[in-house]
Write a new protein. Structure first.
Ligand SMILES: *[C@@H]1O[C@H](CO)[C@@H](O)[C@H](O)[C@H]1NC(C)=O
Ligand SMILES: *[C@@H]1O[C@H](CO)[C@@H](O)[C@H](O)[C@H]1NC(C)=O
Length: 511
């Protein structure tokens, strides 16, 4: 008999609180975005150059008789941004035209900043995205396949959006500041005391970010809807990509490594740094390979999703971690279809965590680490684990600091396990023999010690006791003991029988 207990009380408060905060934030954001759009149109109407004036006029008052669609090529606002003073036919800004050195010899920080400033000047006045963020109209900072040395971070001015930087390599100079990032979407260095959203819809694409072991690749701070796409981020001393505050950064189809290696590097034990540091909510990391770093992905913000992430950054045996979920008590993380390659997942006090469809190679496993003794709402299902036969557990409880005491709703099962020690929270087992007592021992399989919340069993009598004459007797029987994850069934009279038992460590619909 399975007892179904719905809505079980303890441990639910934190997750619900977390979700409602996220929802509330989104509602506020949508509300102010709408308000901002309205405000933008009203305030700009008086002071606009000709083109936007005509555009606004279309909405607010009768169209002037001379109205014609904007012609970008002849627009005065655009012509003023060309470094040569000539009119500019597009919003593609080639950094070489601003004096950047594509041979990687002299510092190009100022020149590339000037190109960004040019893109800002070319924006259609009054067009905004999220509140206070100027819409740069899809302007492109084009690196033309050059290699550019930066002595200082390329820090984008705040309050801009709809801008792409793409098509070349940025390399930190030998005196690049150690706390800097090559590209900073950050209003004030990496200071995050402000929660204001400063950037929206910035795209970093087709870039090599070579931090020269001096700093990090890109810092995306208090930004909304940022994309890092097809980037190759190397030689970072701190983080490859840092996401702090803000939300909806998509890091996709990219490659990150502190050292350029294809695995089995002789210096692997010395790898340091974090390839992707997610200190914010609602981000997605998709189809990314991380080939060296002490930590592949460090997650300290909620509601992130990792898909198709291949970590072989630093083996567990050398102290590396593939994916480190360091948000005890409110995790809200999905890890789906990832590849943990000799380096595993560490989850501190996980609350709401899904690990599914992933492949763990080389004894890589999942460690649930107790910080305050909480684990709740965790599903580890339908993964493949492959190891070397040393008996490494696919999921291990790390209770070295303190024991797990608040344990709810954990489902570990249906994993394919070869060469490692399986762990699960639900299981089936059998015990056969002649006598009055049968023990079905789940102690080496069940994840949590001495915990069986639901049990079903069948006693199938195959014969009487060896020395008893026919017929086969009926016998009363019952479960006598389930302590230590061992199910003990006893019968009233001796029989030959098989006991089939099915257990679950949690009540509910998990198994
Ligand atoms: C960040 O800014 C706040 C307020 O301006 C300041 O108090 C704090 O010291 C700054 N932190 C860092 C690390 O610069
Ligand atoms: C159940 O088994 C355990 C371990 O053998 C034993 O310590 C405990 O006393 C048993 N409980 C009962 C009710 O027999």
């Amino acid at each position: 008999m399975v007892v179904v207990r719905w809505g079980n009380g303890g441990g639910d408060c934190s997750p619900r609180w977390g979700v409602s905060v996220v929802v509330a934030a989104v509602l506020v954001a949508v509300g102010s975005a709408l308000a901002g759009a309205d405000a933008g149109e009203v305030t700009v109407a008086g002071a606009l150059p000709r083109i936007l004036h005509a555009h606004v006029g279309k909405v607010h008052r009768p169209r002037p008789p001379h109205f014609s669609p904007p012609k970008i090529a002849t627009d005065g606002a655009l012509s003023q941004v060309s470094p040569a003073g000539t009119s500019r036919p597009s919003r593609v800004f080639h950094v070489t035209e601003f004096g950047a050195d594509p041979t990687g010899t002299k510092d190009s920080t100022q020149a590339i900043s000037d190109a960004v400033a040019g893109a800002m000047k070319a924006a259609s006045p009054g067009r905004t995205l999220f509140t206070g963020i100027a819409d740069l109209g899809g302007a492109e900072i084009h690196l033309d396949g050059g290699v550019y040395i930066l002595r200082r971070p390329l820090r984008l001015p705040p309050s801009i959006g709809n801008l792409k930087i793409h098509g070349g390599s940025l390399v930190a100079a030998d005196d690049f500041p150690a706390e800097g990032y090559l590209i900073e979407l950050s209003a004030a260095a990496t200071n995050t005391s402000s929660s204001q959203l400063n950037y929206e819809y910035i795209t970093l694409r087709d870039l090599v970010l070579d931090a020269n072991y001096r700093g990090g690749g890109a810092a995306i701070v208090n930004s909304l809807r940022t994309t890092v796409d097809n980037c190759y981020v190397i030689h970072f001393a701190t983080d490859g990509v840092l996401v702090r505050g803000g939300h909806e950064t998509f890091i996709r189809s990219s490659f990150l490594g502190q050292h350029i290696t294809a695995g089995g590097d002789p210096a692997e034990k010395d790898f340091s740094g974090v390839a992707i540091n997610l200190a914010g909510n609602d981000n997605a990391v998709t189809d990314v390979a991380i080939f060296s770093a002490a930590t592949g992905v460090l997650v300290t913000g909620q509601a992130n999703i990792l898909t198709g992430v291949h970590c072989y950054n630093k083996a567990t045996g050398f102290g590396g971690v593939g994916i480190h979920l360091r948000l005890p008590g409110l995790t809200q993380t999905r890890i789906i279809g990832c590849y943990l390659d000799f380096t595993g997942i560490v989850a501190e006090d996980p609350v709401e965590l899904l690990v599914a469809g992933s492949f763990f190679l080389g004894d890589a496993n999942i460690v649930l680490r107790s910080v305050n003794g909480v684990v709740s709402g965790v599903n580890v299902v339908d993964n493949m684990f492959s190891g070397s036969g040393k008996g490494v557990e696919i999921v291990r409880l790390d209770e070295s600091t303190r024991r797990f005491t608040a344990v709810e709703q954990v489902v570990v099962g249906r994993n394919a396990v070869v060469g490692m020690k399986e762990r699960a929270t639900f299981a089936k087992g059998v015990a056969s023999g002649e006598g009055r007592s049968w023990v079905v021992d789940f102690s080496s399989l069940l994840l949590f010690p001495d915990r069986i919340e639901s049990l079903q069993y069948t006693l199938a009598v195959t014969g009487g006791a060896a020395d008893a004459p026919p017929p086969v007797p009926f016998t009363a029987h019952g479960v006598r003991n389930v302590s230590g994850n061992r199910v003990v069934v006893e019968s009233q009279v001796p029989v030959s029988a098989t006991v089939y038992a099915s257990v679950d460590q949690f009540l509910g619909a998990s198994g």
